[in-house]
Every structure is written in structure tokens, then in C-alpha cells.
Design a protein around this ligand. Structure first.
Ligand SMILES: Cc1ncc(COP(=O)(O)O)c(C=O)c1O
Length: 446
């Protein structure tokens, strides 16, 4: 399961209102068992605006969790751009369309000069899949390094490198897991871990193709490692013939505040970057960015085309999103609100021993809940209760990390100080009134 574990248990159907129980059952009948719903008491939303969502009864919720509507739910500029383009033309990338070229140039200008080509997909999974395909073709290797709780997508290839999706047994034999660089709960020397993973691949006769990492380590519990360590690890991968792929699906587009991309804060210039989620404010658009030499080598052997990727409407949404991020200085807002939130959360930490650690960058913050601050024991069951208590107070969040005990705060970037205060007030009350419980067992991917 990617990231959060605060799902509705279908066995609890009878605890729901008759209407909700009927809807949940109909959904289950039609969509089957692979889908999940958030919260013990699932939510039905009918509208969204800015940082707020509205349920079927007209109640308003504070969305502290969704990074897809980067510019806020239903931002008028994005909505207008989508509608106007849909009303004019929506076709594919096999014709010249100047808006696509304009957008590509503007986006590439936000990357280091070496990252100068872009290939479009519809989802983050496809972007990572394509990045892996390019890396494998260009290096001639097949081995891939990932972090132990990584999530990179749902295609056959990306699910095979996503231990948080199906547990460690679900990963492919050509994948090696490296414990993510966790400062609060150290898991050993990160560089040594990478070296061991490369040695293990070599011992199996597998040549490395890539090391791929989510640059905020969202599913690993939101981590902000020491840049020097990270650069050293990437040097090792490159020396062994592999490429470095930064998965910016979570961290990208200014959410981390001071930097446009997560890899900027890791001191690394990746060979390939994958983008997704916030790129089109919910319109399915994602991409791979790389140096043109890599793409030349890839393109000399295959042609690239994806029917829906970068269609006119998606590009209109992406352009409007980028315009709003720039014109409303949303990265600056992520920095300011994020710092304020972090500071106030540290005050809360001094009053609540269940807050073991507060970490993150900009508007991507992890609140590490523990049953004992001295042993730093993850309190996953407690986090589950806190997430559900927050939901009852109409504040949306979820819990991630190996122990499913890290509250993930990742709101639309328009989240402001008032939203932060509302969040803090709800969290303070929920932590005060939720009884601590020690985890019943290790947290498996559900
Ligand atoms: C880090 C990361 N990479 C890739 C993906 C996959 O993106 P998508 O759901 O658009 O396929 C996700 C989705 O949650 C993600 O968090």
C-alpha cells in the first residue's frame, strides 16, 4: 500500500450510516477488493475550493494532505484554462502545438542546464517506468536500488521497485533495498548501505541501471538527510555504471519552499527526473526530464509517443498551474507557512510526549508519533487513532513510514497561517484526547 495506513476496514460496514454503508458496498461490488477508502468513517466529497473540501452534507474540511491541487482545489485560473482549451482543441503530440513547446521551455528553464529534454506521460508511474526504461537501455544494466519503504508506482516495472506497495517479497530479483537515510531513527550508514546493495547486485551478476529515490522520502516517513551523504551515495552508483533518478512526483514544483525540486536540497544533480502529481493540478500529466544525450541514445532506437500525454488540455492545466505557482509565489508561501507550522509544531512537541520528532521542508512535514520518546518506538496504532480523530474534527491527514506512525502534512500550497492555526488547534486537541496505545504488531503493508 503506498504510504498511508488509515484505511477503512470493510468488516466495519455496519458501523456506517445506512446511506454511506450502501455507497461503500456498491463501490466495493463494482470496483472490487483492491481499492481502499481513507478513514474508519469514509468521506464523500462533492466540492473543493482552495484548501477546503465540502462533503455531501455541506460540511467543510481542511485539506492538509493533498499535494495534487498545488494551487488549491479548483483554482479559477486553472479551471478557466482547462475549460477554454477543451472548448477549442484537444489533440496529441504528433502535431505542432506552440503551447506545448512554450511550456516545455519554461519548465526546463527551472532545471539545471544539463537537464534539457522532456518526455511526457500521464502518470507518475509511467514517468518512473519510462525513466527506468531509458536508464536500462542506456546503461545496459538491469539492477535498481530503492529505499526500503519506497513507492514509485503501479506499472509492472514500478510496482516491482515499490516495497511499500506489496512488502519486501513483492520486489523483483534485480532490485536491492537500501534503508533510507533517517536521522531520527538511524538505520546505519546510508553510503555503506548503497555500497552493500551494489556489491550484492554484482555478486548476482547484475549490472546496475539506476538508483531511484523520492527526494522527500515520503513513504519512508518524510526524511531530510544530510546532503553530503547523499551525494557520496550517488557517486558510488555512477562509478558502478548506474544512473541517478530523482522521483519528484511528491516533492516537486516548489512544495519544499526554498527549492523548486527536492534534489536541490540533497546536493545532487540527477541524470533523470520524474514529475507528476501537482504538475497539472489534477489533470493527468507527468514527465521525465533528462539530458538530451540520454534521450538521443534512447530515441535513436525507439520512437516515443503516448496518446494522451501532453494533450492540449493537460498542457493548458500545467501551464496555468506553473503560472499560478510563479505569480502567487506559492513556493515562497510554502516556505513561510511551512516554517511557521514547523515552529508551532515544535512548541506542541514540548507539551505532547507522543510527538517524537517534527521534520520536513516547506509544506511537506512529518510528525513522528512515538509511544515512548526515549526509545522512539513508533506508535502506528495511535497514529491511526489520531488521524481518525483529526478526520472527525474535519481536518484531513494520514500516517506514513515503516511504522505507519508519521503524520504526513502535505496540503495545497495555498495553505496559509490561518489554515495552519486551525490544523494546530485540532492536532493539539486530538493528541490530548486520544489515549496512547502500544502497537499490536509490526506494520505490514495492508
Ligand atoms: C513518489 C511517487 N512516485 C510515483 C508515484 C506514482 O504516481 P501516479 O499515482 O501518478 O502513477 C507516486 C504516487 O503516489 C509517488 O508518491
Amino acid at each position: 500500500v503506498p504510504g498511508p495506513a488509515c484505511y477503512f476496514d470493510h468488516a466495519d460496514l455496519e458501523s456506517l450510516s445506512p446511506r454511506m454503508a450502501r455507497l461503500v458496498q456498491r463501490r466495493r461490488n463494482a470496483l472490487g477488493a483492491a481499492y481502499r477508502l481513507f478513514y474508519s468513517d469514509p468521506l464523500e466529497f462533492v466540492a473543493g475550493r482552495g484548501t477546503r473540501l465540502v462533503d455531501a452534507e455541506g460540511n467543510e474540511y481542511l485539506d492538509a494532505y493533498n499535494n495534487v491541487p498545488a494551487a488549491g482545489h479548483s483554482h479559477p485560473r486553472v479551471v478557466r484554462a482547462i475549460c477554454e482549451q477543451a472548448n477549442t482543441l484537444n489533440t496529441h503530440t504528433r502535431y505542432i502545438q506552440e503551447p506545448l513547446i512554450d511550456y516545455s521551455e519554461q519548465l526546463l528553464a527551472l532545471f539545471p542546464a544539463s537537464l534539457d529534454n522532456i518526455l511526457y506521460t500521464c502518470t507518475g508511474s509511467e514517468a518512473n517506468d519510462l525513466a527506468l526504461r531509458i536508464a536500462k537501455q542506456v546503461t545496459g544494466g538491469t539492477g535498481v536500488l530503492v529505499t526500503t519503504e519506497a513507492y514509485h508506482g503501479i506499472t509492472t516495472e514500478t510496482a516491482a521497485i515499490s516495497p511499500s506497495l506489496g512488502g519486501p517479497d513483492s520486489i523483483a530479483p534485480w532490485v536491492r533495498m537500501v534503508p533510507a537515510p533517517d536521522v531520527y531513527r538511524p538505520t546505519g550508514d546510508f553510503v555503506k548501505g548503497v555500497r552493500a546493495a551494489l556489491d550484492s547486485l554484482a555478486a548476482s551478476g547484475v549490472k546496475p541501471a539506476a538508483f531511484i529515490f523520492d527526494s522527500i522520502f515520503a513513504s519512508d516517513g518524510i526524511l531530510t538527510p544530510e546532503p553530503r551523504l547523499f551525494a557520496e551515495a550517488c557517486d558510488l552508483v555512477r562509478a558502478a555504471g548506474g544512473l541517478v533518478i530523482a522521483d519528484e512526483v511528491q516533492a516537486g514544483f516548489g512544495r519544499l519552499g526554498a527549492t523548486m525540486w527536492g534534489f536541490d536540497s540533497l546536493g545532487v544533480e540527477p541524470d533523470l527526473v520524474s514529475l507528476g502529481k501537482p504538475m497539472g493540478s489534477g489533470q493527468p500529466i507527468a514527465a521525465v526530464v533528462a539530458n538530451h544525450q540520454l534521450i538521443d541514445r534512447f530515441g535513436s532506437r525507439v520512437r516515443y509517443f503516448s496518446t494522451f500525454a501532453a494533450n492540449g488540455v493537460s498542457i493548458a492545466a500545467a501551464q496555468a498551474t506553473l503560472d499560478v505557482i510563479r505569480d502567487e509565489d506559492l513556493a515562497g508561501q510554502a516556505e513561510t507557512t511551512g516554517s511557521y507550522l514547523m515552529e508551532r509544531l515544535r512548541e506542541l512537541q514540548s507539551r505532547h510526549s507522543s510527538i517524537g520528532d517534527v521534520r520536513g521542508r516547506g509544506l511537506f512535514i512529518g510528525i513522528d508519533l512515538v509511544s515512548d520518546p526515549d526509545t522512539r518506538t513508533p506508535a502506528g496504532d495511535y497514529a491511526f487513532d489520531v488521524v481518525n480523530a483529526m478526520r472527525r474534527r474535519r481536518v484531513l491527514t494520514a500516517a506514513v513510514g515503516a511504522g505507519r506512525n508519521v503524520l504526513k502534512i502535505r496540503p495545497p500550497m495555498t495553505f496559509d497561517r490561518q489554515d495552519a492555526d486551525l490544523f494546530l488547534e485540532a492536532l493539539d486537541e486530538c493528541l490530548t484526547h486520544t489515549p496512547m496505545r502500544v502497537d499490536s504488531g509490526p506494520k505490514q503493508a495492508a
